[in-house]
Design a protein around this ligand. Sequence first.
Ligand code: LRH
Length: 467
Amino acid sequence: GAAGSVTAVDLGASGGRVMVGHVGPDALRIETVRRFDNIPVSIPDGLHWNVLELYRNVCSGIADATRRCDDVASVGIDSWAVDYGLLRSGSLLGIPYHYRDDRTAAGVRDVHAVVGPEELYRHNGLQHLPFNTVFQLAAERRAGLLDVADRLLLLPDLLAHWLTGAEVAERTNASTTGLLTTDGRAWNTELLERLGFESSLFAPLVSPGERIGDTAVAGGPPIPVTAVGSHDTASAVVAVPAADESFAYISCGTWSLVGVELDEPILSDESRLAGFTNERGVDDRIRYLHNVMGLWLLDESVAQWRSEGVDVDLPALLAEAADVPPGRVPVFDTDDERFLPPGDMPARIAAWLSEHDEPVPRTRAEFTRCILESLAQAYARTITEAEKLTGRTVSVVHIVGGGCRNTLLCRLTAERTGRPVVAGPVEATATGNVLVQARAAGLVHGGLDDLRDLVRRTHALETYQPS
Ligand code: LRH
């Protein structure tokens, strides 16, 4: 069969990359053409994303890709979920907020005053996170922007709009707003009406694989822009190299998204109370998962130590953490909302432990070990709950994304879950993005099983056995 190339733009909370994927029926190779930082900016009205800087890097990255490779069949964009820009007559109004901005508490109160948590879960099946778009929008209404906006575009859709002029809402990411019907077919007009959001604010839905438009960027050739799983986690789950359905995945980066894949959502109150979300996946699958706080805990700790003038070498720190004797450090509840905002993470962890009469780690290595043990414990608890709530058996755990490079975390996860852990691919999100475009371009064929099979055949994966 034919081989060809596609370009994946993958934006994460701390950095972005543009990658070219070379794909054929038996080939899958991904090369990075551009990496850049994504540094949020705090101004008096809150914490924002620097979306213009991101867009400039996306355009430069696409230009790099087409220079390097003359058969780029399309471009696809994914990013973290829930965040958006508001527009009027096609122009951006205001600077998109970062989901870690704390303005959403009032939005949560406003929404729950109209639709309580139990009912909201029956409508959207989302884990309660204070930054879900529905709560951000309620906060936005207090600030008055909703009175002038006529369109909302989630960030990957906003960038696609700037590249092509089209205004669409890609389904996987749209499902993280909390405003879609549970079958994912449409915006939930009943819910929108009750919450007082204009339904015309929301763009027509498209599914992964659909053509959004063509790039119209000064100086560059027109390239088709294809909808992918524009929610990064949806793309990452496409690239989980599982051989059958008895797997759990951990998409491990800033967040750790831990769960299983289902055909239908679970909207029971038990599921809500256990903190499970039903997000839409590629090919209409359900990503039934729990948001675990993730490597944010460690990254933010390292940032704190560096701000105190300590020269932290991460590989060395992880090696020291691996040498901390088992049982030396306690675990804490990584779900505690106090860990969400930016700021001094070791102090917050220490406060949690003191409040719970647990010993506070004394060294940075012990803090690091404590964080990783706590994450592994949260993964294990989540997988046990997922088995109980779905009736599935999980026989293997796949860790994908940047966190799968953390061998200590992989080892602790195998131990605490009591299951084999398969690590890789590191670039799962970009890989899932590439695969969905490649299928739309006719370079590969089949369902998710076939795409996963290709990942398995083309990647060296590391397995960690529980002791
Ligand atoms: C991971 C992620 C996650 C969301 C969060 C906002 O990058 O998309 O799935 O819950 O960011």
